[in-house]
Design a binder for this molecule. Structure first.
Ligand code: BEZ
Length: 257
């Protein structure tokens, strides 16, 4: 069933944005799953990394807030358990050896609530391993979008930004507040190719749909082409767009008592 509130088009996501899972290899290595471990994949999308963890011998539960994504994940990987869940209201208690999350936590604007749920979901001694957008992530894109809002007389541009991009100081402090011992934290640049001459437009349409809520198609088209024009010189190289991604990677341990 397709939910009308669901902003995610799972087929388009798999066709044009499979790079999200491909670029998740580093965080899978940091997770270093062991055979038999129970792992919660928080924000599993269409299930590609959950499937990879399963192939490595883990018992995976994949969760995502999008019904469209979970339906697609179930169709692609019927042997894996997937559920629609809200990361800020998880039902799990002391169940998982690890909670893993790739490219999801920047969508959650109540980070402490999500971290509390993650902590509670882990067994004593369990680990939380995550990668997501950090401070100043895609700032060229955001600034260009905000400029275009102003040019079009749209006053509430700031409020339309749907992402949370914390510094590692801020995020690891929240982790400590909920009880984690932080054993690893990194904030690094990862310029990310957006395929094809329409790569930036496709990215904005896939990930930024809430930016355009309530705008007419012509306002939206004008906004996107304005953003492309203002960023072409710095972000379009050798026939492709290169987005200014800045990632955070963290590992936190839940105490064993
Ligand atoms: C990211 O993975 O950093 C990201 C993806 C979509 C929108 C914003 C950030």
């Amino acid at each position: 069933m397709k939910s009308s509130n669901d902003q995610w088009n799972s087929k388009l996501y798999d066709q044009s944005h499979a790079f999200v899972s491909k670029l998740g290899q580093g965080i899978v290595e940091l997770l270093a799953p062991k055979a038999g471990e129970r792992i919660l994949d928080l924000g599993c999308g269409t299930g590609d990394l959950a499937n990879q963890l399963t192939d490595l011998g883990a018992q995976v539960v994949g969760i995502d807030q999008s019904e469209n994504m979970i339906q697609e994940a179930k169709e692609k990987y019927p042997h894996i358990t997937f559920h629609v869940e809200d990361a800020t209201a998880l039902p799990y208690r002391n169940e998982f050896d690890a909670v893993f999350s790739n490219a999801t936590l920047h969508w959650i604007k109540s980070p402490k609530q999500a971290l509390t749920c993650i902590y509670d979901a882990l067994k004593p001694g369990g680990r939380f391993v995550a990668e997501f957008g950090g401070e100043n992530n895609v700032e060229w894109i955001i600034n260009a979008v905000l400029d275009q809002f102003k040019k079009q007389g749209i006053e509430d541009g700031d409020k339309r930004i749907p992402w949370y991009f914390p510094s590692i100081g801020e995020y690891t402090s929240l982790m400590e507040e909920v009880g984690f011992r932080v054993t690893f934290a990194q904030h690094f640049d990862r310029p990310t190719p957006l395929e094809g001459s329409h790569g930036l437009k496709n990215w904005l349409e896939m990930f930024g749909s809430s930016l355009f809520k309530g705008l007419t198609e012509s306002q939206k088209a004008q906004l996107i082409s304005g953003v492309e024009d203002s960023l072409r010189e710095v972000m379009f190289r050798n026939g492709q767009w290169l987005a200014d991604y800045k990632r955070i990677r963290v590992v936190g341990m839940k105490g064993s008592k």
